[in-house]
Design a protein around this ligand. Structure first.
Ligand SMILES: [Zn+2]
Length: 204
């Protein structure tokens, strides 16, 4: 993916050491370019290689929640220092999503920081989805909203004692979080979430 004018390169932890800074600051956003992608002459990179993973700063809780709804891997902590965000991002290859220009200025973050321009989560989500070419419908409801872990499918029979009787007899598909064990199923509120998401992103 080209990293110029609104197209941001994706994190590839395995080649992180070789990243070069393409254009440090352009219209208040930082753009970096992975050499793997340069070789592709702007052609779309293999999504298996270029997995996008993020860490959001403490000001971006609603953005993080909505990104998890659409299946993005986003670490978020209500209380976290700039030092800790920087270290976690550096060692995990996560892209820092931030409204904090002090965080962006840190040398350690120069290659993996993305400045969120907007105050409202709707605009923030639009910005991220567009910049990182995320398909918002592809992995919808596949991640735990609390823990950020990928949900696992679970046998219906094993949730019989854990969900309301009505839910058990009307739903067939259940998922669980491997970290907090919370159960997920397709409830009516999911339709309203999808409706909101489409409104935010201007989708039909
Ligand atoms: Zn969980």
């Amino acid at each position: 993916m080209c990293s110029y004018k609104g197209h941001v390169s994706l994190v590839a932890p395995q080649c992180r050491q070789n990243w070069t800074i393409f254009g440090r600051v352009l219209k208040a956003e930082i753009y970096t370019l992975c050499p793997l992608e340069m070789k592709r002459n702007g052609k779309k990179a293999n999504p298996k290689i270029m997995e996008k993973i993020f860490i959001a700063d403490a000001m971006l809780g609603r953005l993080a929640k909505w990104m998890r709804i659409i299946g993005c891997d986003v670490e978020y902590f209500q209380k976290i220092s700039n030092n800790e965000i920087s270290e976690r991002a550096f060692h995990s290859g996560r892209i820092i999503l931030t409204r904090d220009t002090m965080l962006i200025r840190r040398k350690i973050n120069r290659e993996n920081c993305f400045f969120i321009k907007y105050d409202h989560y709707q605009d923030q989500l639009k910005q991220v989805v567009k910049a990182f070419s995320i398909n918002p419908m592809k992995n919808l409801f596949t991640r735990c909203l609390l823990c950020n872990k990928k949900l696992l499918t679970i046998d219906k029979i094993s949730v019989a004692d854990s969900v309301p009787e009505y839910v058990y007899y009307t739903m067939d598909n259940f998922k669980t979080c491997p970290s907090c064990n919370r159960l997920y199923w397709k409830a009516t509120h999911k339709n309203s979430v999808v409706k909101q998401l489409k409104q935010i992103l201007g989708l039909k």
